[in-house]
Ligand binder design. Structure first.
Ligand SMILES: [Zn+2]
Length: 221
């Protein structure tokens, strides 16, 4: 009798758990750089897997945006988008007025005549670039520098559309989402086509921020 009761309770608790399964979360895309296979790292990096996220003690991340072309506005929006992906305060950032104290700098680059997408066929109105530098002792080099490069001849309307998307995408790289997604509905798609983060972007961000990092911040930061 007792054993039956225990079995019944176990069954109930299994059913109970089944009832409160959280809503399905899409599978994350890859965010870390595996230096052993990707060919993205210098040979000095060896077989490292580069996993980076901003630790709690470093928050809020300090961000400076060049005061041209509404960059501070677009950057504030990118901060909001990614902060909203947090559930337990995993990430926060603030705009600062002094670039000298910034962890992350957003710059407007010189216009380029032709900007091709990575597939080489579609001309883009702007593109972003964010080099990731990790030293041999697996410390990340700060500040991150996002450069947004407009295509020469792009009109103001095209750039007003392109800049916020490109800044939000590059911002994702500085959060530790080092790789591009393979899905055009994600903002981390190589040629970003959506202006906001997708469910999958947010799921990937949360997975990263609950994964142990292998790359750390410089001492004192
Ligand atoms: Zn990218």
């Amino acid at each position: 009798m007792t054993r039956q009761l225990v079995a019944l309770l176990a069954l109930l608790s299994v059913v109970g758990c089944g009832d409160i399964v959280p809503p399905e979360r899409p599978a994350p895309y890859q965010f870390s750089i595996d230096c052993s296979i990707d060919g993205l790292c210098s040979s000095a990096a060896g077989d490292l897997e580069l996993i980076f996220s901003w630790p709690r003690h470093s928050l809020p991340v300090r961000v400076w945006a060049e005061p041209r072309q509404d960059f501070p506005l677009h950057t504030a929006r990118a901060i909001r988008l990614w902060t909203d992906a947090s559930i337990y305060g995993e990430f926060s950032a603030v705009l600062v007025s002094d670039s000298q104290v910034a962890d992350l700098i957003v710059l407007l680059g010189e216009p380029e005549l032709v900007i091709q997408s990575s597939s080489g066929v579609t001309p883009l109105d702007c593109r972003g670039s964010t080099p990731i530098e990790v030293t041999r002792d697996t410390t990340i080099a700060l500040p991150f520098r996002i450069t947004i490069i407009p295509r020469a001849g792009s009109g103001p309307n095209e750039l007003d559309r392109c800049f916020p998307t490109a800044i939000a995408h590059e911002f994702g790289h500085t959060l530790g989402l080092f790789l591009n997604s393979d899905d055009p509905s994600d903002i981390m798609f190589a040629r970003p086509m959506v202006a906001s983060t997708s469910l999958r972007d947010r799921a990937t961000f949360l997975t990263l921020y609950h994964t142990r990092p292998t790359v750390r911040l410089p001492d004192g930061r």
